[in-house]
Design a protein around this ligand. Structure first.
Ligand code: BES
Ligand code: MN
Ligand code: MN
Length: 453
């Protein structure tokens, strides 16, 4: 298989670059045709790789690309999940080369979606081709590649609930996470959940002269800032009543185990140009960004932000707020607690509106399953070192539903690095990582099929 991989390396990369040229931004309707074109591209490549029953499954939003190869119903079935949509590329001016004109520089492919998730998803399509061409597919496989992960996967949730037979499998396999380093492979064993909402604070019924009215009426931006600031206390605990009620505390043993994963705080600060980190008192940086819940403002606006100065008290102020959740918080519970609290702390001088967006539940995956052990052996084979289990702070909303609706655990075989800058300007994916993924995935299939016997 490795001969086939090296013989076809350039073509694999070129095909990925072709997909990266299509700006499949699911959040912005302006890119609708491009998102649809990307779905067709994925379907075509799956067919070319040897998949049967390839189709675009219509949803209330962007289609889900499905395809499978059932070699023997008696053998186990791997269901591969990934996404072909990407985050918006804004701000464009901070990119060193245009986000949808991929270039390879210093061994990395630069483009929006290079790592998250086109590059990682495409490793699976190519790994499948490699196994097909070498008569080495050892079990059944189904592909389900969606186009709305970056906007909350709501239509996929409906699709999963309605297509349980079609999606019947033994394990879910996903590459949409990262690892600690190219010398320290890791397997993600947990994802945080999410509660995302937007708030609107309204003061006077129109924008006002800030001299004539300033000091006498509430400024919605000032009020919103105060309200947001009050949601963390001096220890950076979140002050929403009941916020931590269902948070599972880890035992000292579990925390000690976590602390064994290699982490260099100085390097971490250096990479981000920070003189200090910030977070909840009593927890390490690794804990703060994985096993603890958070509340963050993702965007805040209102009033005058154009050139020069304008003296104005705005009528309205807005913010987008996300809360990352951990077991056993639920997004419905936290959204409700936030809403109640936000309304209760608003002074009478303003009116507030809370608009919930999407949510997702946190998940922890087992490390004692056959699938996890197979994945660990696969990394060990291709990297030469055992991978470390690591809980991640990111979210993939559908993973918890794979468990609750299909009864399936996921194996999160990520090959990205923090330095890939997903969601940021100049996102990249190492050619090394892309090729390593294509090498490692067939090993997973082989070990998984063997160990399932
Ligand atoms: N692939 C990421 C999630 C991720 C990245 C998990 C790295 C672990 C490590 C995914 O595409 C993503 O960005 N998810 C969103 C959630 C979604 C509801 C917008 C997130 O985590 O912000
Ligand atoms: Mn992703
Ligand atoms: Mn993402």
């Amino acid at each position: 298989m490795n001969q086939y991989i090296s013989d076809n390396k350039d073509r694999f990369i070129n095909e990925l670059m072709d997909m990266l040229r299509i700006p499949s931004v699911s959040a912005d309707p302006k890119f609708k045709q491009d998102v649809l074109r990307t779905a067709e591209y994925v379907a075509q490549k799956l067919t070319e790789a040897g998949a049967d029953n390839v189709e675009l499954c219509e949803t209330g939003g962007y289609p889900i690309v499905y395809g499978d190869k059932i070699i023997d119903p008696a053998l186990p079935t791997v269901l591969v999940y990934g996404h072909y949509d990407v985050q918006p590329a804004d701000p464009y001016e901070l990119w060193h080369s245009p986000p949808f004109e991929p270039v390879i520089k210093d061994g990395k492919i630069y483009a929006r979606g290079a790592c998250d998730d086109k590059g990682q998803m495409y490793m699976h399509v190519k790994a499948f081709e490699v196994m097909m061409q070498n008569n080495a597919l050892p079990c059944n496989v189904k592909f389900m590649i969606e186009g709305e992960e970056e906007v909350g996967s709501e239509n996929l949730a409906t699709f999963v609930k309605g297509n349980k037979t079609k999606l019947a499998a033994d394990v879910i396999l996903i590459s949409d996470t990262g690892m600690l380093g190219n010398d320290t492979p890791s397997i993600t064993t947990g994802l945080r959940g999410m509660s995302y909402l937007e708030v609107e604070v309204t003061g006077p019924n129109r924008d006002l002269h800030s001299g004539l009215y300033g000091g006498a009426v509430a400024n919605p931006i000032n009020i919103l800032c105060q309200m947001i600031a009050s949601m963390h206390d001096e220890n950076n605990h979140i002050t929403i009543p009941g916020f931590y009620d269902n948070v599972q505390e880890l035992s000292q043993e579990e925390r000690a185990e976590m602390a064994r994963a290699p982490f260099d705080l100085e390097k971490y600060k250096q990479a981000l140009d920070l003189t200090d980190v910030h977070g909840e008192a009593g927890y390490t940086t690794m804990e703060r960004n994985s096993i603890r819940p958070t509340l963050d403002v993702n965007g805040i606006w209102g009033g005058y932000t154009g050139e020069g100065a304008k003296t104005v008290i705005p009528s309205k102020a807005f913010a987008k707020i996300s809360m990352r959740l951990v077991p056993n918080q639920t997004s419905a519970e936290i959204t409700e607690k936030f809403q109640k609290h936000f309304e209760s702390i608003a002074p009478k001088s303003v009116r507030v509106l809370v608009k919930p967006h999407h949510g997702g539940e946190p998940v922890v995956t087992p490390t004692n399953s056959v699938a996890y052990q197979a994945a660990a052996r696969a990394y060990e084979t291709t990297f030469g070192v055992k991978p470390v289990p690591v809980r991640s702070g990111g979210s993939i909303p559908i993973v918890a539903m794979f468990k609750s609706e299909l009864g399936l655990d996921s194996v999160l075989m990520g090959f990205g690095l923090d330095s890939d800058a997903i969601h940021s300007p100049n996102e990249s994916f190492g050619v090394f990582n892309f090729m390593k993924g294509i090498e490692t995935i067939p090993m997973f299939y082989q070990y998984y099929a063997e160990m399932s016997k």
